[in-house]
Structure formats: structure tokens, C-alpha cells
Design a protein around this ligand. Sequence first.
Ligand code: URA
Length: 493
Amino acid sequence: MNPGKSCMRDTVYEVVLSSETDSNGWRKAARKACASGIAPGQLVWRVPGQAEALNLIPYASLPEVALERTMRINKALLKEIDTALLHSDPNRFDLAYRLIWRSQAEPKIHQNPADPDVKKLYQLTKNIRRDIHKMHAFVRFRKIGENDGREQFVAWFEPEHHITAAVAPFFRNRFAGMDWLILTPECSIGWDGKNLSYGPGGNKSDVPGEDSIEDDWRSYYANIFNPARVKVQAMKSEMPMKYWRNLPEASLIPGLLKQAETKTARMIDQARDPQTEFPISAAPRSPGRVLPASIADLYHHLEQRADAPSEDYSAKFIRGEGPSHAELLFVGEQPGDQEDLKDRVFVGPAGQMLDRALADANIPRQQAFLTNAVKRFKYIRRGKRRIHQTPSSAEIEYYRWWVEQERRLVNPKLTVALGGSAAQSLLGKKITLSQYRGKIWDQGDNERLLITVHPSYLLRIPDQVGRDIEYQKFVRDLRLAKRACEESNSKTV
Ligand code: URA
């Protein structure tokens, strides 16, 4: 590879840039060096303040060349290089030059992510974009006074890379209406309503402590803080702990997290209108048949029917299971793929989640009766997989009479609706789960109902913290169900 005229092969050249962010200086020198045929290994880049290497043979300066002979560089590559040069990695100038040099023979080199130099380049630019995003998000201004009717603010920030000047236009556009100065250890940027200025860096102590705006910030943050949405891992990766110390709201976070669970429970209670009337169950359309005398009789009738509501359903009917006079009756939505294959309710992933929660609530599964609002598996086929489909209102309605018969025959102390489809089946109408969840509803005639989420809902929560919180709430609902049964036992004794 020898893009330009060959220079003396064993001479080592040195370029001294004016600062860590002297990308213009780097560009000029890189063009010159490349045009002169100086290979990457022959070039040393230095910035002021960086220790000079101890070398016996002094470095040479770049030869003067006419720059009209400069080479072609792909624009996209140059753009990535400009971004990478903001990195604090001391080898970035070498890497950038190597890429420019190599691109003379391989103009599309930047399109090969497997190339180690290209891979490194993209790693640096990714770090830079992330650092810029953090600075956009976590700079917090403190008011220091007013001048000519304009409010004046300062902020302290410690970016990881040399990005401060690069973010100045963002802050000018965002905070055009006030005077501000952002101080970092390396440099400062300021805005006076007309011009952006760039100056030397400073210390954290140069920026005053708290101001009244921060109190507003804190109370705003405490108010919008939604514990039901707390995702600690996401918070930490979005807002790395090192930035927390500069944020006025950060001091609140540990306390707010501690309160999260109680606050969540309170939010659920508040969401539930205390005046909310229990929706009176609409009677299911009765197929006008003789009432079955037992669960076995009921399932026998059901099995005889070619009753799949549509062709999206499995031909298999899956019966409920448990003691025929269980105290607790759980109604799910419909059998899933595993249930359909194994001919049993709640044996797939949602069933395992339910088993775990039942165990944590001290409810032996074999003492409860488990069934579903819809008795067959509704799915669409994707290759070899059968993907669950939510039953329609009409399909839930289709089976309602049968669910009512199960409830009449088992005659439980309490029925637990697992999820929206089960609640719809038991009430005859769609409801907002959060409004009715976690409370014992008396439907009269000894019919009591508790509505909670379906265990598959827990499986769909992507982050572990959210899943843990929701799981605890689910177990709390199941414990309430157990307590309600025990209370009604003690009343009857
Ligand atoms: N989901 C349900 O609602 N019921 C089952 O039996 C299995 C999964």
C-alpha cells in the first residue's frame, strides 16, 4: 500500500496537534502525510501535555506537499472518523490515519464491520454517541443571577470524551432564552443570547451548590415518579451512577425506590374508584338444556359437542381439574399449546408460574379447581409453532353457560378470575382489570369473586425488577383469596 509518493521508509514523522479536539489539524496533517506516502507505522501523533516518547533519532516534520494531489476519502468514513476523534482513546489518531491510508486501496473499507480497524472505529463512535446523549440528558443548570433581564445559569458536567464543544449547538437551541455556561474539567461553553463561546475548563467547586430551581425539580421528579414503572437496571444503564451525584433529583431516588411497592399498592387502590359498583353479572345465554348433575356429566356433554367456536381452535376439549367441591375455583383464559398437547389445564409456562405463586401463597394446587373461560386452544400456525390467539368476546360468550355450570357444581367459597378473558366470562362484560383487581367482590347468593392478572402477563414483563414487583402483587392477591376462604370457613363453623 503506498498511496502517495514514497517517503524515506525508515524516517518517523511526528505531528503535534494543537489540542485533543484539533480535528482540523489532524485532517490537514493526514492529507499531507498520505499524499507524501508516509505509512501509518511511520507517523506519531501527539497533543500538548502528552509526554514525548524517548527516542534516539529525532522525529521528522511532515514534508511540505502540494495538497492538490490529495487523495479521495469516502464521506461516510470521514464522518465516522470525525466522531471517533472526539474519543479519549489516545490511539484514535493512529487508527483514523490507518483507515484513511487503507481506504485509498479499499474505498469501501468502512462497510466491512469484520475488519478490526473498522470494528474499533464503530466502537469508538458508539461510545461518543452515548456520551453525547448522556450530556444532553443530564446537564442540570443552577441559577446564579440575572443580567439585563436575562436569567443566568451555570452547570457542571464531566463527560467521558472530548465532546463538550460538539454539544454546544444542542444547548444553544434548547436554552436560547437564557444565559448559560457549562463547565467541564477540560473546557467550558457559554451562550449569551447571541454567541456561543468556548473557554477553559474548571472545577466542580466553581459551580454554586443548590438553587431554588432544584427544589422545583425535585418535587416535580417525586411527583412524576411512577413506581409501577420502576426499572432499576434500565435507570442505571440510562443514567449511570456517576452522573447521579450532579443531579438534584438523584438524592430522592433511593428513598423513592424503597417506597415504590407501597406506593404502587396505593396507586392501585386509588385507581379503583371506591364508589365503583360491582358489575352485575349478565346471565349467559342458556342453550336450554337440562342442567348437568355433576362435573363429569358436564364434561361428558361438552365433549359430545362439535363445539369449537371457529376453525382457529384445536379440536381437543380440555377439561378443568381439581376436587369436585373445591373451596377455590380458578378460571383462566383458555388452554395453551402445552395444555392442548398434554390434555391438562395449566401445565405450560403460565401454569408453572401459577404453581409457583400458589406455593408462595400457601395454596396447594391439588386442593383448588382449575378451569378456563374457553375450553379449547385458539391459535394460528407459524411454521411448526402454534401461536396463541386471544379469544373474541363472542367466543368467550359461547362458553359462558358452561363456566357457570362448573361454578354451580363446584360451588366454591371463592372464584378467582385470572386475567381479562376470565373476568369477562364471569361477569358477562369486558372490564378494566386494574379497577377491579385485588378485592373480594360479593356477588350475592354466596358467590364471591376475586379478579387478578393472568400468570402469562407476568411472563411478558421484559425486565426482572418489573416482573418481581408484579409477581409479588399477584401472590398478594392469591393470599387474599386464601384468607377470604379461611374467613368464610370460620364464619360457617
Ligand atoms: N392459560 C390459561 O388460561 N389456561 C391454561 O390452562 C393454560 C394457560
